[in-house]
Design a protein around this ligand. Structure first.
Ligand code: EPU
Length: 473
């Protein structure tokens, strides 16, 4: 199969640093994440759809969450560009505001100044709802000497302990206590954290990010080993370095961090969201369509690109940051071929694309094996995909997906999103299904996809966002 793919990437241009805030209107002062709507909106999709055109990929949600927490490490203002307008970001912005930081948002930009932080305890619902809120424990204890935070929430995709965060902070000289669902950490010497050595048992993204932030302000040298190599970790390191930190090894297994007494705010363009881009690539594949997208950093998606090429898609790179995915029948024939996946830390197949890839596999030929090895309960989308006609058998964290030629055929039905990526896998299935698919609980999808309905409409999809009206008794 001919694949016209040639990667030559140069980094997305960075603006100058350091940053001194001089604000111009219009600005929006962030105070509190919007109240949850009384009625959770739904998506109605009329399928099958054929997509065409070009879409813009938003800034990375997970990079933005880490960088927002990192602004707590910095004196003065930090300016983040290309921050996606999704509800998880609003939740973290309100946590920062609650702590006393000044947060302003306008036109995809966020300015954060945490010099006014006077509170080290977060007692907010948002903290229990999103994983990214917990990252503030590192900066708070490192810069302000103490942190009291709730154990984190986030998508229900399995056991999500924080032992590595807590053991890592202890290795940096923090006393950590866990009581009644709250974690309290303070510097044992009463002054601040100190450099240390810590090996993560598992390369956790969040623990790596939290410890990198903490170590950047610790006194002395910290060596972290078996750390996460995810692009979002590299993005965070880049921001911290621009803010005055000394970090070597981001993107490798080990980090050497020379702590500084203080960091200054800086300016950063959030890199494109690789998971959103991957989701749209899979949307093109499942609908046998051809779409292009930018900006995208293809090397961050090479695992998905290889799998889609193996399935029969044609993937072409037009310029540094534009990719076209084609699965049109004139190119692929009747169907794409199934493929096996096993999720693993970067550069392996991303767990955050597993549910969407599974939706695609139900429409391919042959049977495919999907092994989820990062989270222990990331299979709740299977039940909903089955309602849409998918034939999938699950045993623990392994799923056997039967393809089109084995009786799987998608048709519209009423389904429920139970988490962010599982929810969006139902959107993809709805694009390929015959008839109308109604997806409930789409607040889960709004946590991480900016305007997904409008982007799909732009590509020609018949998708509507509806808010059910409460029936008066
Ligand atoms: N783990 C531990 N102990 C810890 C921390 C993690 O055992 O102290 C285990 C977890 O139980 C899990 C594995 O390590 O089995 C991986 O978890 P990791 O800590 O790497 O994930 P995370 O930091 O909680 C981030 C993203 C997730 C993404 C994962 C893996 C953010 C806010 N979240 O989560 O994103 O799936 O890394 O790449 O950055 C999403 O966007 O939908 C999402 C869930």
């Amino acid at each position: 199969m001919a694949v016209f793919f040639n990667i030559t990437i140069s980094p997305i241009p960075k603006p100058p640093k350091p940053f001194t805030a001089s604000l111009s209107p219009p600005q929006t002062q962030i105070s509190k994440a919007p109240q949850k709507p009384q009625q959770n909106p739904i998506f109605k999709i009329k399928g099958p759809s054929t997509l065409s055109g070009h879409i813009s990929i938003s800034g990375s949600k997970n990079s933005s969450l880490a960088l927002l927490a990192a602004t707590l490490c910095c004196s003065g203002s930090s300016l983040l560009h290309n921050v996606p307008n999704v509800s998880d970001i609003k939740a973290v912005a309100s946590i920062l505001t609650y702590l006393g930081a000044k947060v302003e948002a306008f036109d995809g930009k966020m300015i954060v100044n945490s010099d006014g932080v006077g509170n080290v305890e977060v007692d907010m619902e948002e903290m229990k709802e999103i994983r990214g809120g917990f990252f503030v424990i590192g900066p708070l204890v490192a810069r302000f000497g103490e942190a009291i935070v709730d154990l984190p929430g986030g998508c229900e995709i399995g056991n999500r302990p924080v032992d590595l965060y807590l053991r890592g902070l202890s290795a940096l000289g923090a006393v950590v206590q866990l009581r009644d669902g709250k974690v309290r950490a303070h510097a044992a010497n009463g002054k601040g954290l100190v450099g240390g050595r810590f090996r993560l048992d598992y390369p956790s993204v969040g623990a790596t990010e939290t410890l990198m932030m903490a170590a950047s302000l610790a006194d002395g040298i910290t060596v972290l080993s078996n750390v996460a190599k995810e692009p979002e970790v590299v993005d965070l390191a880049r921001f911290l370095i621009d803010s005055g930190a000394s970090i070597e090894g981001a993107g490798s297994d080990n980090l050497v961090i020379r702590g500084k007494s203080q960091l200054h705010g800086s300016e950063c363009v959030i890199t494109p969201d690789r998971i959103e881009a991957g989701t749209f690539m899979l949307a093109a594949a499942i609908t046998h369509s051809c779409i292009s997208m930018s900006p995208i950093i293809p090397s961050r998606l090479s695992c998905l690109i290889d799998k889609l090429s193996e399935a029969g898609c044609k993937i072409s790179q037009f310029n540094q940051h534009t990719l076209e995915v084609s699965a049109v029948p004139t190119y692929i024939g009747d169907n794409l071929k199934g493929f096996d996946i096993r999720t693993s830390p970067f550069p392996g197949f991303p767990t955050d694309l597993q549910p969407q890839a599974m939706a695609l596999l139900t429409t391919c030929t042959g049977s495919s094996l999907v092994v989820e090895s990062v989270f222990d309960k990331r299979m709740s989308h299977v039940r909903e995909l089955q309602k849409l006609g998918a034939r999938i058998r699950v045993c623990g964290s392994t799923a056997l997906v039967f393809g089109k030629d084995e009786g799987s055929s998608l048709h519209g039905a009423r389904v429920f999103a139970s988490d962010l990526r599982g929810g969006v896998s139902l959107v993809l299935a709805g694009l390929a299904a015959e008839g109308t698919t109604e997806i409930n609980n789409i607040a889960h999808i709004d946590r991480g996809y900016e305007n997904i309905d409008r982007k799909l409409q732009h590509l020609g999809v018949d998708i509507q966002r509806l808010t059910p009206v409460a029936c008066p008794l």
